[in-house]
Design a protein around this ligand. Structure first.
Ligand SMILES: Nc1ncnc2c1ncn2[C@@H]1O[C@H](COP(=O)(O)OP(=O)(O)OP(=O)(O)O)[C@@H](O)[C@H]1O
Ligand SMILES: [Mg+2]
Length: 270
């Protein structure tokens, strides 16, 4: 077991960079007050890539994911250092409009969180505030397209004006995905999007992630190694706030390069 004390200089093994990156992160450190949760993480996420982020509970997956769309700005005492860029532009530029950023880098959470509004309004809301629709007809089209891409249209087309919260858990999560898609993001961040869902709803979301990757870049945190193996192109393994290894997913699950990754995937800890 290599010495992995926190704060020690650590070099990530594997292929953490990408030839055609959508997002580039360099030497990212994240603190909650005095406590450092992310240590010197550098990684690229490629265009149209699905990047899985795995690792034991508390290793910093959610913290890192939230720093990619400045969601940590809303967490009291949280400080992010280092470089986080999308298409070469720093996301921590003080002139950047954070509301607009969160449309470009959308987020889907563990627990489906539809607004207390109708199914239609859940999807239309973002498009309206971002001025993406000139008319009701445009808006109807955005709603239908987004629900279609999220694989939910057929199930809800006759009940668009009923509350989003009246849908099943799996449907609510697809509604949240439709809501994220409606504002034409470039990147979608998902933090354990299936952990509250049954196997059928999970399979549906996984299928959807594969379809969405044709148009979007996706970073997904998951505790399910099977899920990471099914949906992602590359997998990043985090341990105690450090990025240990990034490699093509198949390699991570068959021939991991680092012994800490191997320990985790073979169930020795985590
Ligand atoms: N708001 C917060 N204030 C203080 N510390 C926090 C806060 N959020 C997270 N932490 C700490 O930062 C570290 C990383 O937490 P994080 O939630 O990112 O881990 P995680 O890998 O997502 O874990 P899990 O798999 O359980 O979701 C943990 O030690 C956690 O206690
Ligand atoms: Mg988490």
């Amino acid at each position: 077991m290599p010495d992995m004390k926190v704060n020690e200089k650590h070099v990530t093994v594997g292929k953490q960079f990408h030839d055609d990156p959508r997002m580039t992160m360099r030497n990212v450190n994240v603190f909650y007050g005095e406590k450092q949760a992310i240590h010197d993480v550098s990684i690229d996420i490629g265009k149209n890539e699905v990047m899985a982020m795995i690792g034991p509970s508390g290793c910093g997956k959610s913290t890192f994911l939230r720093s990619l769309n400045r969601m940590n700005d809303t967490v009291e005492g949280c400080r992010v250092e280092g470089e986080i860029c999308m298409d070469g532009e720093s996301l921590y530029n003080t002139k950047l409009d954070v509301v607009e950023l969160r449309a470009r880098v959308g987020m889907v959470f563990q627990k489906p969180n539809p607004f207390p509004k109708s199914i239609y309004e859940n999807v239309a809301y973002g498009a309206k505030i971002h001025g993406l629709a000139d008319s009701r007809i445009d808006l109807d089209e955005i709603v239908e397209n987004s629900l279609n891409k999220a694989g939910l249209w057929k199930e809800v087309k006759d009940r668009l004006h009923q509350p989003g919260t009246g849908l099943s858990g799996g449907q609510q999560q697809r509604l949240c995905i439709a809501r994220a898609i409606a504002v034409t993001p470039e990147v979608i961040l998902m933090d354990e999007p299936c952990s509250a869902l049954d196997p059928i709803a999970t399979a549906r979301i996984e299928e959807l992630i594969k379809e969405l990757s044709e148009n979007f870049t996706i970073a997904i945190v998951t505790h399910s190694m099977q899920q990471a193996a099914r949906v992602s192109d590359r997998t990043a393994y985090f341990h105690l706030g450090q990025l240990i290894e990034v490699n093509p997913t198949e390699q991570v699950f068959t021939m991991p390069e680092h012994e800490l990754t191997e320990g985790y995937i073979t169930g020795r800890f985590g």
